[in-house]
Design a protein around this ligand. Structure first.
Ligand SMILES: *[C@@H]1O[C@H](CO)[C@@H](O)[C@H](O)[C@H]1NC(C)=O
Ligand SMILES: *[C@@H]1O[C@H](CO)[C@@H](O)[C@H](O)[C@H]1NC(C)=O
Ligand SMILES: *[C@@H]1O[C@H](CO)[C@@H](O)[C@H](O)[C@H]1NC(C)=O
Length: 333
């Protein structure tokens, strides 16, 4: 058993108290929306976990499990045989609501059905505290096999109250993956190619500009040391008013410290990223080799429908038509 400990502090010249505590969460969201990210606020890490696994990347996992594999044979493993996978083929979605009136949107329907049709998981686990409502939920559960699992919103982490719903979602994702392993997706992630190549790593997250990891898509096996460290890193270091501190910026620092624990996908999970979001709505990019397109819909207040996506001449329009109508081509009257 190997103890893994490190501490680091970044950008000490800025104190967290002013920005992250006084101005508060909402302002943080607005600042992020404007592309001004709180990158200057220091990130502190003091994480200590036991490395029970002693094998933290896919290659060593394979060698542990199939010792007859030589290291130099690993590159020849045909991953479509499944033997190289360490992450189970489970896709997780989380639906937290205050009651059973929260309506499932068209975009959520397309997201969950794209995970089913394009990635082809063994099972989709739908973790919820209330069932969704509305016609898209009716359409979804009738057309796609879902394993519905009751799950309470987490209210605390390491004894600290979790205030914002986004943070409850972040903590729940980490805890669900520590329980089952698999692929966690936000319900505004559109899957355009199979995520299987990423199931070879103990943990995988996508990188956004400026350097931070985004927790909208997490692929990890349940014993992933990275997940454990991320969970531990909330200890005495949870910032309730700083919306992407723990899951994005601390996660990035852990990845910098322990690159052996995680595969950071630089492009195919996060294109276009938050800063380039106009490429989603106003331009057309080549999305053919991406794994997913993350809509980050909480700032797009327009409600999309099968009708509205027909004539959207944008990356978003193409991807939505591809997933819903089967072809990215514009559908003009
Ligand atoms: C842990 O890994 C080291 C080097 O990678 C190896 O020498 C040691 O035998 C391993 N221990 C266990 C218990 O697998
Ligand atoms: C990998 O497996 C697939 C499906 O079984 C097969 O079509 C493909 O040719 C194999 N690739 C290699 C490099 O063996
Ligand atoms: C769609 O946009 C592209 C440029 O992004 C343009 O070349 C094309 O003519 C547009 N198509 C329609 C039907 O407006």
């Amino acid at each position: 058993m190997k103890g893994t400990t490190f501490s680091s502090n970044y950008w000490r010249k800025w104190s967290c108290s002013f920005f992250s505590c006084v101005i508060g969460f909402t302002f943080g969201v607005i600042m992020n929306y404007q592309g001004i990210i709180f990158e200057n606020i220091r990130v502190s890490l003091d994480v200590s976990v036991f490395d029970n696994l002693n094998s933290t990347n896919a290659a060593s996992m394979i060698l542990t499990r199939w010792p007859h594999f030589e290291k130099n044979l690993l590159s020849l493993v045909n991953i479509s045989t499944g033997k190289a996978y360490v992450v189970p083929n489970i896709i997780h979605f989380i639906w937290f609501a205050n009651n059973d009136k929260k309506e499932m949107k068209f975009i959520n329907y397309v997201s969950i059905s794209s995970a089913y049709k394009i990635h082809k998981p063994d099972v989709i686990m739908f973790h919820c505290n209330f069932l969704p409502s509305g016609k898209w939920w009716e359409t979804l559960w009738r057309s796609i096999p879902l394993k519905i699992v009751y799950r309470k919103k987490p209210s605390t982490i390491h004894g600290q109250n979790i205030i914002h719903t986004f943070h409850k979602g972040d903590v729940a994702k980490i805890e669900i993956l520590m329980e089952y392993g698999g692929i966690y997706l936000d319900y505004d992630v559109l899957v355009v190619n199979s995520l299987n190549p990423l199931r070879r790593y103990d943990a995988c997250l996508g990188k956004e500009k400026p350097p931070k990891l985004i927790a909208g898509i997490i692929i990890a096996q349940k014993n992933s040391l990275f997940l454990k460290m991320l969970h531990e890193s909330y200890k005495n270091n949870y910032r309730p008013y700083d919306w992407d501190y723990n899951c994005a910026r601390v996660a990035y620092q852990i990845a910098l410290q322990r690159p052996d624990l995680i595969h950071v996908e630089s492009r195919r999970l996060t294109t276009p990223d938050w800063q380039d979001r106009k490429q989603l709505w106003r331009e057309i990019i080549d999305w053919s080799d991406l794994y997913v397109i993350h809509i980050m819909g909480h700032f797009d207040f327009q409600e999309h429908t099968p009708e509205s996506i027909k004539s959207l001449n944008s990356t978003f329009g193409e991807v939505m038509r591809y997933l819903y109508y089967g072809s990215p081509k514009l559908i003009l009257k």
